[in-house]
Ligand binder design. Structure first.
Ligand SMILES: NC(=O)c1ccc[n+]([C@@H]2O[C@H](COP(=O)([O-])OP(=O)(O)OC[C@H]3O[C@@H](n4cnc5c(N)ncnc54)[C@H](O)[C@@H]3O)[C@@H](O)[C@H]2O)c1
Length: 390
């Protein structure tokens, strides 16, 4: 089994998520970083690549040059896929440049700046015939897949109520222009039409749909900035209606003082309920009306094959964020290998987030912004054009 070769755009010195991606990609020795364009500043792009020990001629000062130069290399040397870890406004242009040169794309979320761009991304991805993956990190957690399987097996009965929350506190203070991560997230030109809902609300939305297997059809919302001077939302709440008639609430906030990464979900069916909390990721709580609640833990027999396949260490040795990311890398590498070998991808690789999740996320952001700004109570999510993952 050969290693899958990865290039990276973004993730230079001082960046946040690029380093997490590199650790995750390296964790299982299935993927190797071979090249990159790590910054929009050419000097920083080069110094960042050199600090990672890459060959000098595989460190590029702009991403267009990177795509062209990589495409010109021998097939057994050039990158197989590019990981995009830039601010949101560059997700589409970088993905487009990669697809046009025949590379697969693994992008961080949100997929694009807005829904119109998302449609363009779908068209380019489809005509390229290459793979697209989206790093909705939380789907890489074993207990999220355990929850998904239990809902699918009908253990909760018919789902009637969902409550999903992603609360952080890191944007609670007045803006500091030296905070690199905050600066672009509150700028509509780089973040899109939303800050908080695009940045973390989209994760909560994806988690609710993925675990429940349901689709949001309509929502109403109240979002906006609570810190004076901001143009984009830093907090908000949406009420959700699902396609089976279930109701839900989605809360996202970046100004909830003291909160770290408090992503949690509760789902109630007519037979049982469940709760998963990102800050205690190795436990899944199951709830009933006729017996005490149970805590299911990672690494035990009796848990699903899916959750076991995402667990590396024996029960009680904590796994978390980096391992969840690594699971997505393993799945994307498997999808590439399967495509090369002309077979279906094994295990969870076939259901990892792709273009349809990307579209749903962008439709959610558009709807939540429109619903909050408009006078009508309920707003429909734009129809999904179909699952068109290459
Ligand atoms: N999946 C997750 O859990 C998760 C978590 C955090 C961030 N994200 C997403 O990851 C992306 C990056 O977020 P971040 O917090 O790491 O931001 P960041 O500001 O820390 O890093 C962005 C990087 O992109 C680089 N960049 C900017 N313009 C570039 C260009 N033209 N060419 C090459 N590189 C360029 C910057 O120099 C920087 O290194 C965002 O889309 C964000 O939504 C996802």
């Amino acid at each position: 089994m050969r290693k899958i070769r990865m290039g990276m755009v973004g993730g230079g010195d001082g960046a946040f998520i690029g380093a997490v991606h590199r650790i995750a990609a390296a964790m299982d020795s299935r993927v190797e970083l071979v090249c990159g364009c790590f910054s929009g500043d050419p000097e920083r792009a080069l110094s960042s690549g050199q600090a990672l020990g890459l060959e000098t001629d595989r460190v590029y000062s702009d991403y267009h040059t990177m795509m062209g130069m990589e495409a010109a290399l021998a097939a057994d040397r050039r990158m197989d896929f590019v990981t995009i870890v830039t601010p949101n406004h560059l997700h589409l242009p970088v993905a487009k440049a990669a697809f046009e040169q025949g590379f697969h794309v693994l992008s961080d979320k949100p997929a694009t700046l807005n829904l119109a761009e998302m449609k363009e991304l779908m068209a380019v991805a489809e005509s390229s015939g290459k793979l697209y993956g989206l790093t909705h990190t939380y789907l890489g957690y074993p207990m999220v897949q355990e929850a998904r399987q239990r809902v699918e097996r009908g253990e909760l009965g018919t789902i009637r109520k969902l409550i999903v929350e992603y609360s952080q506190g890191w944007l609670a203070a007045a803006d500091d222009p030296n905070n690199k991560q905050a600066a672009w997230r509150i700028d509509p030109r780089q973040a899109g039409e939303s800050c908080c809902m695009a940045d973390i609300g989209s994760h909560a939305f994806n988690l609710a749909e993925a675990i429940s297997g349901l689709k949001v059809t309509e929502l109403c919302a109240d979002i906006g900035p609570l810190v004076p001077g901001r143009q984009l939302d830093d907090d908000g709440t949406a009420m959700l209606r699902f396609d089976n008639g279930a109701r839900g609430v989605l809360i996202a906030s970046q100004v909830s003082v003291g909160e770290e990464n408090n992503l949690q979900i509760r789902i109630y069916g007519d037979r049982g309920g469940l709760q998963w909390q990102q800050e205690q990721p190795n436990s899944l709580k199951l709830m009933y009306n006729d017996q005490p609640a149970q805590i299911v833990r990672t690494g035990w027999s009796g848990t699903s094959e899916a959750s076991c396949s995402l667990t590396r260490t024996p029960a009680g040795h904590p796994e978390g964020y980096l391992e969840a990311f690594a699971n997505l890398y393993l799945q994307f590498a498997e999808r590439i290998a399967a495509a090369e070998e002309g077979r279906p991808p094994a295990g969870l690789a076939s259901s990892m987030p792709g273009l349809s999740d990307a579209y749903r996320g962008m439709a959610f952001i558009e709807a939540v912004v429109a619903a909050s700004a408009g006078g009508d109570k309920w707003h429909s999510l734009k129809d999904h054009p179909g699952n068109t993952e290459a």
